[in-house]
Design a protein around this ligand. Structure first.
Ligand code: FAD
Length: 309
């Protein structure tokens, strides 16, 4: 029997169409804007249903199906959705961004064109202190008076670097060499195209509190301003099952089970056995994995027994 196919209309998301090309400002001079997109929540449902075949179409509501896919890491239907962004990002932030290898990128060339005449500046109240426990992180801010000096010095440095760059260009130096002393705060621009599955992976890592504030600001903008409008069902499922969720190791589950059974001594003994705590009588030193467990216990409303006096 000859198969018949319905005529299709191109998928569009009116909420996203309204903001096509509109820049969302990030940092002092950066932005993210949508150039193009393909697919929607319904494209994901449609693709997922192909794998179940005809006759199963009414088994689940669309939202239930999407939540099931995200909950169970059944990710290939999410790859049916693509988005192309135009981003303007300081070089140091871009260096972190392009570690995500699953996107297609075309970046502004400072061999071909003059370097973008803009640098990320830092307001006097936004200079962060080195974190004590996390070597990669920051915590708290410099006092305003010191911040004012840091911002003034930053301005001087950026001005000097730009002046020397311009002198080199005016002297006829090749653009590819003239740029070499521009600071990492200089903005670059790129087209960045990726699918929804890889975008969520990027957002999970870069919206996380462990990511640097600058890239976190971009990721949060992409998530809350763009993905939330593009695929609202996926966005909610992502927040519930991925971003706002918690991963527990086998050891953590065993410790929590004992704590919930009221066996604080047993939980403590397990923590010693797993190497999170030193044997009884020894001084408790910092242990990264134990501090991660403590954070999870706090979220679960459980007080770690070894913190009790
Ligand atoms: C908080 C934080 C701190 C970081 N610190 C450092 C650091 O100190 N130094 C540093 O160098 N990097 C650092 N990174 C970068 C990090 O190690 C990853 O390179 C980056 O986050 C990209 O992640 P990804 O490989 O999962 O993403 P993508 O490149 O987008 O890849 C997505 C997924 O595809 C698969 N994949 C893609 N390419 C390959 C491949 N070639 N081989 C196998 N699997 C592949 C993997 O499953 C991967 O998870 C840090 C990242 C974060 C979020």
């Amino acid at each position: 029997m000859e198969q018949t196919f319905e005529k299709l209309d191109r998928t569009s998301v009116p909420e996203l169409d309204k903001i096509l090309g509109v820049p969302f400002n990030v940092l002092n001079d950066g932005f993210v804007r949508i150039i193009d997109y393909m697919g929607s929540d319904s494209s994901i449902v449609q693709a997922a249903r192909v794998s179940y075949g005809k006759g199963t179409k009414k088994l689940r509501e669309d939202e239930g199906l999407i939540r099931y896919l995200v909950r169970h890491h059944h990710t290939s239907p999410l790859e049916m959705c693509e988005i192309k962004l135009h981003v303007r990002v300081p070089m140091d932030c871009w260096r972190q961004w392009i570690r995500h290898r699953t996107a297609s990128i075309n970046e502004y060339s400072t061999r071909y064109s003059l370097a973008i005449d803009a640098a990320q500046d830092t307001k006097p109240d936004a200079w962060r202190l080195q974190a004590k426990s996390n070597r990669q992180g920051s915590e708290g801010f410099f006092e305003l008076d010191k911040g004012k000096i840091l911002s003034a010095r930053e301005h001087e440095l950026q001005e000097l670097a730009r002046t020397i760059y311009n002198e080199r260009i005016e002297a006829g130096l090749a653009r590819e060499q003239a740029r070499k002393d521009l600071p990492l705060s200089t903005y670059t621009e790129a087209y960045w195209k990726t699918n929804l599955h890889n975008l969520l992976h990027f957002l999970a890592l870069r919206m996380d509190k462990h990511a640097q504030l600058e890239i976190r600001t971009y990721a949060t903008t992409i998530g809350s301003e763009i993905v939330s409008k593009w695929c609202p069902m996926v966005w909610e499922a992502f927040k519930d099952y991925q971003f706002g969720a918690m991963e527990l190791s086998k050891q953590e589950i065993e410790i929590i089970a004992l704590l919930q059974a009221g066996d604080a001594n047993g939980a403590r003994a397990l923590a010693v056995k797993f190497g999170f705590l030193p044997p009884d009588g020894e001084k408790i030193k910092f242990n990264l994995e134990r501090s991660e467990i403590e954070q999870k216990l706090v979220l679960l409303g459980i007080r770690p027994p070894w913190l009790e006096s």
